[in-house]
Ligand binder design. Structure first.
Ligand SMILES: [Zn+2]
Length: 460
């Protein structure tokens, strides 16, 4: 009897609670519908791009020549990248590196001497070691319409792409063994930033490689655990990257694809960016890291009005580009028969298309971006993709398809970036296109990064 009364009471309470829940749901549905957050600001990295008139130029931020550990001469690199249709080419040779041939970095042309930090501090103007520049000093006589970009790869504590400056790390391997800490890389960036009139700009190359070494594991979960490590002296943690990025607005981007995606770094990017946006965008790049066999695996499509170094630099600084990669996919059309190409009496830019058709047409392509700031919709017109994901902090996918709403999608945290994937019928990833992150948040108009890069921050 007692038990039965208890049962009835329990059932009664359950009914009341359930009814209450339904009432609550109904109220929510009625009153909270499109309660959009009007205080949210959208930062659109493509805001200065007119998609109806913009031109698209190809750049690879990361390749090597025989001046470090590449197998092709600067001249042969230029020829091959020109055949692939590239417009801008930085010859990014290492400052030094473990496993490189002895003496490789001492094969400098006359007049190229090693620069020390103190010389940099004293304003000494001298050629740094391993900076493959000017190309004419390295046997280049034919540019094949490629625009050369002054660049190198400081390779001590963390590999960086260093652009628009002749400054380079000094000394021999081991010199900094005792100083392999946070300060040495800050010193490198400080020197490189003030040298050449403060023209230097930088990209963080293959962070996955460095996080893997620090974590001692290839596993994504271990990487994420390492990134969350808060020990003050731990290298290559999320805090380490964030402090560096917040110290140097000259560090513009991170390399997401490297060769055949041997250092996949998207998950690291989304971890490092936690809490950074919208005040501090970091752009995403895709590079070949070509040492002789990976040219054309990736490309950065720069959205520019004119084909000049100044326009290239501005497009990079402002994030007006898409990072694209074939990744690990090899449809066969990547194998280039250079002897055959030489036999074709065609302008060098047209030879590849003659042989294979336009291989770049296989990559997902963004044609236009339409933003309705009032409703909050971001609509992307695109083709050549089978999956379109919108990703936010920690790699959380907040939406699928070519539309996302930054006002009503409460899962967006700080930024949202579009990732377009093309798969073959059996599901193999064939190509990926990364859009730059849209900043979403209570905007700080005094963001030093926007001032630094010349981005107008007063309107969406
Ligand atoms: Zn490297």
């Amino acid at each position: 009897m007692k038990k039965r009364i208890l049962l009835i009471i329990t059932a009664f309470i359950t009914v009341i609670m359930t009814a209450g829940l339904f009432v609550g749901c109904a109220e929510t549905a009625d009153s909270s519908r499109p309660e959009k957050n009007r205080d949210l600001f959208l930062f659109n990295p493509y805001r200065n791009v007119d998609f109806s008139t913009t031109e698209r130029f190809k750049a690879d931020f990361h390749l090597h020549s025989t001046n470090s550990d590449g197998t092709l001469s600067p001249q042969e690199n230029i020829r091959r990248f020109s055949e692939l249709g590239f417009d801008f080419l930085p010859m990014v040779d290492h400052s030094y590196g473990a496993g490189l041939p002895a003496g490789r970095f001492h094969q400098r042309p006359a007049g190229h001497t090693i620069l020390t930090s103190s010389q940099v501090g004293a304003g000494t103007n001298s050629r740094a070691n391993a900076v493959t520049w000017p190309w004419s000093d390295f046997g280049v006589t034919e540019y094949y319409n490629i625009i050369p970009i002054l660049a190198s790869e400081p390779s001590r504590l963390h590999h960086f792409g260093s652009f628009f400056t002749e400054w380079h790390e000094e000394g021999a391997p081991g010199d900094w063994a005792a100083g392999q800490d946070v300060r040495s890389i800050y010193r490198m960036l400080e020197c490189a930033t003030v040298y050449d009139g403060g023209q230097g700009r930088f990209e963080i190359f293959h962070p996955e490689r460095h996080v893997t070494e620090a974590a001692g594991s290839e596993d994504f979960a271990d990487h994420l655990a390492w990134l969350d490590n808060t020990e003050s002296n731990a290298l290559h943690t999320a805090i380490w990257y964030q402090e560096l990025l917040n110290s140097f607005p000259t560090v513009l981007s991170m390399e997401m694809f490297n060769q055949d995606d041997r250092h996949p770094s998207r998950h690291i990017y989304d971890r490092v960016m936690r809490g950074m946006m919208p005040a501090r965008p970091v752009w995403l790049s895709a590079n070949s890291d070509d040492h002789g066999g990976h040219s054309g695996r990736s490309v950065n499509i720069m959205l520019m009005q004119e084909r000049t170094e100044i326009a290239f630099r501005q497009a990079w600084e402002q994030g007006a580009y898409f990072a694209k990669s074939f990744g690990a996919f090899d449809p066969g059309l990547l194998e280039l028969d250079y002897e055959y190409l030489d036999e074709l009496e065609l302008p060098i830019h047209e030879r590849i298309n003659q042989r294979f058709g336009d291989r770049w047409a296989y990559l997902p392509t963004v044609h236009d971006i339409i933003i309705d700031d009032y409703s909050g919709y971001i609509v992307v017109k695109a083709s050549n993709y089978t999956q379109f994901e919108w990703i936010t902090e920690d790699g959380v996918v907040v939406a699928d398809g070519n539309i996302v709403n930054f006002r009503t999608n409460s899962a967006i945290s700080g930024y949202v970036r579009g990732q377009l994937t093309r798969r073959t019928a059996d599901g193999t990833i064939m190509a990926t296109t990364l859009m730059q992150p849209f900043g979403v948040g209570l905007f700080n108009p005094n963001s030093w990064f926007f001032h630094f890069t010349g981005l107008d921050v007063t309107t969406a």
